[in-house]
Design a protein around this ligand. Structure first.
Ligand code: NAI
Ligand code: MG
Length: 355
């Protein structure tokens, strides 16, 4: 039995509620599948920032590098500027560990009603570029406080960065329906977006079984609300992918359901698994947080670590708890975070007994 070391950062707000819920499920699954998962807990985040003036220690990345995966809740607090919390922890991890793919599944789950009338089943994947694009450090502010005050923020697209995310998305599309949609805005953004379009088209030509459609992101957003079931794989830049994935998860019922994987496909560095949602300070500490996004991220982590049966077992368990109507309030169910988690733990045992 190989030991796999997992770094756990619960972070802030509801991260502190949904991470323990998901870890309880992962521990039960590990026991049943005889997996040796060793969890190491790091108390980094906004409270650490208020004490030490930084979101994680100076050697934080070195400490994380000794693990096979990172399991994160969320970071962000009303007491810390959002740019500090994001750029002090999550963005350095994504960049230094070359987690250039942010994979965000969007899927209808039985027992969760979509806010759309007459919704058909949705099962799509958003592949978001995770290392460059609009989230760049290039730029600055001049003439602060003066009438001519100016802010400049540059978008960075590189051939390497765009072609590797396009390759990943195209090969994913090839393994599914062959349909790939690329989010663009090349009518308004006339340098970087045509460059993105060209490289995506060039890359897709290497996959004859894949047909790629470039869609302007404003129309694509509307399309994602009106007919989300017509998409299969969507590839998008850092900012566009971020926006589309909140939208995508909301049309399936709640942002609390959505999981994500920040992947370093080459496996040179640990990959990071986290729900799409943030720290939700508006509901933190009230037992209202939906832990599905975090538990599902745990299933994606198990799959990434090579434990396919364990991942399927966990996935079936939370899907069955939702199907049984045990969901949290955000999906119209009666349960608190803890009650739903107990439901998933029971489903894990029931499924194990029926095998
Ligand atoms: P958010 O995702 O935290 O919350 C948006 C809305 O969805 C809120 O009404 C919240 O109550 C609800 N919600 C979110 N997750 C839920 C769950 N699991 N169950 C039930 N309801 C849920 O986004 P918001 O409010 O924009 O950001 C709050 C903080 O989180 C900010 O400091 C932001 O910077 C940070 N953030 C952190 C992220 C990360 O760590 N990856 C991602 C997004 C935001
Ligand atoms: Mg987001």
């Amino acid at each position: 039995m190989t030991t796999q070391r997992i770094a756990v950062i619960a972070g802030d707000g509801i991260g502190k509620e949904v991470v323990p819920a998901a870890i309880a499920c992962l521990e039960r699954i590990a026991e049943l599948h005889t997996l040796d998962l060793r969890f190491t807990y790091f108390d980094w985040g906004s409270e650490y920032y208020l004490q030490h003036g930084r979101m994680m220690p100076v050697d934080g990345l070195e400490q994380l590098a000794a693990h096979q995966a990172i399991f994160l809740g969320a970071v962000g607090s009303p007491e810390v500027p959002d740019a500090e919390s994001l750029w002090g922890l999550l963005i350095p991890i994504r960049r230094e560990f070359q987690q250039y793919i942010n994979l965000r599944p969007v899927k209808t789950l039985a027992g969760v009603a979509s806010p759309l009338k007459a919704a058909q089943p949705i099962d799509l994947l958003i592949v978001r570029e995770n290392n460059e694009g609009e989230y760049s450090e290039v730029g600055g502010r001049m003439y602060r406080g003066l009438p001519q005050e100016t802010a400049v923020q540059e978008t960075i697209f590189t051939r390497l960065g765009v072609s590797r995310v396009a390759r990943y998305a195209a090969s994913l599309a090839a393994s599914r329906s062959g349909r790939l949609t690329s989010a663009t805005k090349s009518n308004g953004i006339i340098h970087t977006m045509p460059f993105w379009d060209e490289i995506v088209a060039e890359t897709a030509r290497l996959y004859p079984e894949v047909s790629v459609t470039s869609e302007l992101v404003d129309a694509l957003a509307a399309h994602l609300v009106l007919k989300p079931w017509t998409f299969d794989v969507i590839v998008a830049s850092n900012l566009l992918g971020d926006i589309l994935s909140d939208l995508g998860s909301s049309v399936t019922g709640s942002i609390g359901l959505a999981p994500s994987a920040n992947l370093n496909p080459e496996g040179e560095f640990p990959s990071l698994f986290e729900p799409v949602h943030g720290s939700a300070p508006d509901i933190a500490g009230k037992g209202l947080a939906n832990p599905v996004g975090q538990i599902w991220s745990g299933a994606m982590m198990l799959e990434h670590l090579g434990h396919i049966e364990a991942a399927t077992h966990l996935q079936s368990a939370f899907e069955s708890a939702l199907r049984d109507g045990l969901g949290t309030r955000d999906v119209g169910g009666p349960s608190s975070t803890a009650e739903f988690t107990s439901g998933v733990l029971s489903a894990i045992d029931t499924l194990a007994a029926s095998q």
